[in-house]
Ligand binder design. Sequence first.
Ligand code: GUN
Length: 282
Amino acid sequence: MATLLDGKALAQKVRAQLKTKVDKHKVTTGRVPGLAVVLVGEDPASQVYVRMKNKACEEAGYKSIVNRMPDSTTTEQLLAVVNEYNNDDSINGILVQLPLPDQINESEVLYAIKPEKDVDGFHPFNVGLMNIGADTLFPCTPYGCMKFFEEYGIDITGKSAVVIGRSNIVGKPMASLLIKANTTVTVCHSKTKDIASVCRQADIIVAAIGRAEYVTADFVKEGAVVIDVGMNRKEDGKLCGDVAFDEVYAKASYITPVPGGVGPMTIAMLLANTMKAFEAAL
Ligand code: GUN
């Protein structure tokens, strides 16, 4: 039986610490961190995420702007908005919610965000810094996953980690942060042969593939640490992760639930990144 990695509680703790910092900065500088979130179109999941990000910012005392743009927005129009925030001293973090509508050139938009305001950590400059092991703004979801090891005193040095998924948002930066933390990392993806047998060697499994309950007990070595980045909806409408929770719970030493695991940490780390960008700009 595993110990639950409680993302809801850890995220609350991080957010409370940030709120205390905001209060201090307000007194000493008269300023607070500012985050601008841009949402293009009507994607239902994105709307929920953006609302949650906005609420978390307001609760921690941040300045929070949500800019909702129509589905028909052009790359040029979006670039103009990004530039406006690039030049606004009250905005320390800019987040363009993904996915973007097809007509928009996603990389052009992400590369236009000033690296020092890139609180998603998606700009190639920040990706490069992360990959050479430097300190910078790290992508929020993998960064949130790393926080669990620290909080629960899980020593990962020299351990073998398997990341399932190679996206730029989660899989690749996750691998990079795990290497930086001295684990030995294997990245599996849709073309990998026999993912289950690769996972069975792992002390740590991070599942980020977007397939409901893909990681079953036969993927998991007794005592492994299992981090579930998935957020899927089953046929019956219930939320579930990429891990078959009940059967893996019986085998793992630590496991994140869905919901209440990685999800809340992503938002907490977005606030942490915005604080970092704010403090760097003071
Ligand atoms: N869409 C899904 N996850 C993310 C994220 O971490 N950042 C942004 N900008 N969009 C997302």
